[in-house]
Design a protein around this ligand. Structure first.
Ligand code: GDP
Ligand code: MN
Length: 396
């Protein structure tokens, strides 16, 4: 589950990670009130107005701006709230901004220059260990750093049983070129960050930038936090942080009816039972020259009700030009699935895209007969190639 920057920072703060202070605002007046409060609390003269959407690169899209007085706070908040923010990480249509985070300015001048670093904490699935990935090149997107100057990205692997060891935290600070107070601050920061990551059951922290201020404080200026949805039962308070406005509406609806659906860009809708078969089916569609419009696992019980719910979801995507049903009847018999498809089709009545059904397994032959004799615009196939050819034919 992805969070907004302000929510991610709340979690970081609760585990003692230093953050750039901020207050959420939904209107320009709220932004001004927030700015005044921040000045009282932190002494900041300038403020940063930051769009809260589930996408990075907001600065590039005009969603992060510096305000040097309260008039500017009001004016900039007015521009950003309600805007359609397009960043390198959103779709071409962008995302509507419902709220901004008003923050203290932490880039103030001082004895030394503020420095931006990159730091993330994530699971390395290949080694089964947690990993801190960090770089001196903060503030820009890490993919570019990885491409152009890969030697400036460091990693620290952490054994989950032993936890982060002292020398590892010090190595991070050393590789970032720090000394003195900044060095100590960084080791504390890394500790707190790693603790927050494990205790919150997160699957990703990305802090870009981590800032060393001109007076050698180390703070999180940005926070991209993804929580492990499977662990949310242990964090009831985090559940309320979900913002469904930021999620794909078809995926939200699928979740409500208990179907595993992931929206994709292609034009062949897929209905499959089992995640493995669903992924294999998507591969095969591509191999046959098509593009899957979605990943959809209807699960073990592909009865008429679930099949109908699945058809409805698939048809919500306007790009879908054909639907391929690929179901293996192991526990569930193929004839029951076929009957489910026929019933759902009749119930819905207005399916305009061609449907190709491949049923394999128990009672596959009876299922094929059922489909063929239904009198509906549904084509059946036994072998996958046959199904793929039929999809190709209807798309052509
Ligand atoms: P992103 O563009 O979505 O990654 O948003 P960030 O939170 O990383 O902010 C983008 C950029 O805004 C940062 O890299 C900084 O250059 C700038 N920025 C953020 N906070 C401050 C601040 O307190 N003062 C100043 N002057 N700039 C800031
Ligand atoms: Mn950032």
């Amino acid at each position: 589950m992805n969070l907004h920057e302000y929510q991610g920072k709340e979690i970081l703060n609760s585990f003692g990670v230093n953050i750039q202070r901020g207050i959420v605002a939904h209107t320009p007046d709220e932004a001004v009130a927030a700015a005044k409060k921040l000045t009282e609390e932190t002494g900041t003269g300038w403020h940063v107005i930051k769009a809260q959407i589930h996408a990075g690169g907001r600065g590039k899209g005009g969603g992060v701006k510096l305000a040097k007085n309260l008039d500017e706070v009001k004016e900039i908040a007015g521009q950003i709230i309600g805007m359609n923010l397009i960043t390198p990480q959103t779709s071409a249509e962008g995302k509507k901004v419902h709220q901004v985070l008003v923050t203290e300015d932490v880039y103030y001048p001082g004895d030394s220059e503020p420095e931006e670093y990159y730091m993330s904490v994530l699971l390395n699935r290949a080694t089964g260990r947690n990993m801190i990935m960090y770089s001196t090149e903060g503030g820009m997107d890490i993919e570019t750093v990885a491409e152009e100057t890969p030697h400036l990205i460091f990693t620290e692997e952490i054994d989950p049983a032993a936890g982060l060891l002292g020398f590892q935290a010090r190595r991070v600070a050393f590789n970032l070129g720090l000394s003195g107070k900044a060095f100590k601050e960084m080791t504390k920061f890394v500790y707190a960050l790693y603790t927050a990551y494990t205790k919150s059951d997160s699957s990703l922290f990305e802090i870009n930038p981590v800032l060393k201020t001109s007076d050698d404080r180390v703070i999180a200026v940005d926070a991209k936090v993804s929580l492990d949805a499977n662990a949310l039962y242990r964090h009831k308070d985090y559940l309320a942080m979900r913002d469904v406005r930021e999620e794909n509406p078809i995926e939200v609806e699928a979740g409500e009816v208990g179907l595993n659906y992931v929206d994709l860009d292609g034009n062949v809708g897929c209905m499959v039972n089992g995640a493995g078969l669903a992924m294999a089916t998507m591969d095969l569609i591509k191999q046959a020259g098509g593009e899957p419009a979605n990943f959809l696992d209807v699960g073990g019980t592909a009865d008429a009700e679930r099949v109908e719910a699945a058809f409805k979801l698939i048809l919500k995507d306007p790009n879908v030009k054909a639907i391929l049903v690929n179901i293996f009847g192991g526990i569930v018999r193929c004839d029951r699935v076929a009957q489910g498809i026929v019933d759902a089709y009749k119930n819905m009545g207005n399916i305009e895209v061609p449907i190709i059904v491949r049923l394999q397994g128990t009672n596959a032959d009876i299922a094929k007969e059922l489909i063929d004799n239904s009198g509906l615009d549904v084509q059946s196939a036994v072998e996958f190639q046959e199904a793929a050819d039929k999809v190709q034919a209807v798309l052509a």
